[in-house]
Design a protein around this ligand. Structure first.
Ligand code: SAM
Length: 239
């Protein structure tokens, strides 16, 4: 008999534990959490502060804002990784300075055992903690959030929906944006005419081959117009 695998696990390190599960407690991710298809443990960073100490301190070299202390983060991670379920998990630091999150990266994480995620606040985290724990730095986009929690929620949501059993047949993952290196084609549903706008004829023709060609052409048109970066990669793979 094979080893019984633990559910995909997330250890969330945050100064705002009340923000979890938050949106992750609803819809697909929430249902999957209830069904124990994945597991979420929240660690309140503040609880790992020594008496009267602060989680943050002013930056060496001066400047605005505060920095999360390396010794505090280290204490949380040392505790979390004592749990054998968490000991081998990658440690991710959500930061605008990180590698941009892609569907490819999401797939890799969803095929692993989970992650320990550090949500930053203030100006960020003392660099020595990031280095000491070999953290993978991930960004959810080229903009600055006030904290890592909303970024972590996006990251976990994207991973959870790829876990086996989370998305039902009716919500197929196959045709989605990025699957073939293209953005998705447009969708239509009833009514067939709405505010003088008609559903494209081909979609009601019942001709599956034509529908498929139309959708591909639309996906190509939209990708080319909106994301030249994706379009170039897609084109380079066509020959
Ligand atoms: N001083 C930082 C900088 O300029 O890169 C921004 C700090 S931001 C106000 C506070 C925290 O929010 C960061 O430590 C990080 O954890 C999180 N954060 C902000 N934007 C993010 C993004 N685009 N992706 C991931 N995390 C982000």
């Amino acid at each position: 008999m094979g080893r019984k695998r633990n559910p995909w696990s997330i250890g969330m390190l945050t100064l705002f534990p009340e923000m979890f599960p938050g949106p992750l407690g609803f819809s697909l991710a929430g249902r999957a959490l209830d069904e124990k298809l994945w597991d979420l443990n929240i660690y309140d960073i503040r609880r790992f502060c020594e008496k009267s100490a602060e989680v943050d301190s002013s930056p060496f070299g001066g400047g605005n804002g505060m920095v999360m202390r390396a010794d505090v983060i280290d204490r949380v991670l040392s505790t979390v990784t004592q749990d054998p379920n968490y000991a081998q998990l990658p440690v991710v630091y959500m930061t605008p300075r990180g590698t941009p999150l892609t569907q490819e990266k999401v797939k890799i994480f969803s095929q692993g055992d989970g992650a320990i995620i550090l949500c930053g606040r203030y100006e960020g985290v003392d660099e020595r903690a990031v280095a000491e724990w070999g953290m993978e730095e991930i960004s959810v986009g080229d903009y600055v959030l006030s904290g890592g929690e909303p970024a972590a929620i996006s990251f976990v949501d994207a991973c959870v929906r790829l876990l086996p059993g989370v998305v039902g047949k009716e919500e197929s993952l196959e045709d989605e944006s990025f699957e073939e290196g293209l953005l998705e084609y447009p969708h239509y549903t009833r009514p067939r005419i709405w505010k003088h706008r008609e559903v494209p004829e081909v979609l009601v023709s019942g001709h599956h081959k034509n529908v498929k060609s139309w959708r591909l052409a639309e996906a190509e048109r939209i990708t080319r117009a909106r994301r030249p970066d994706l379009w170039d990669i897609y084109m380079s793979k066509q020959n």
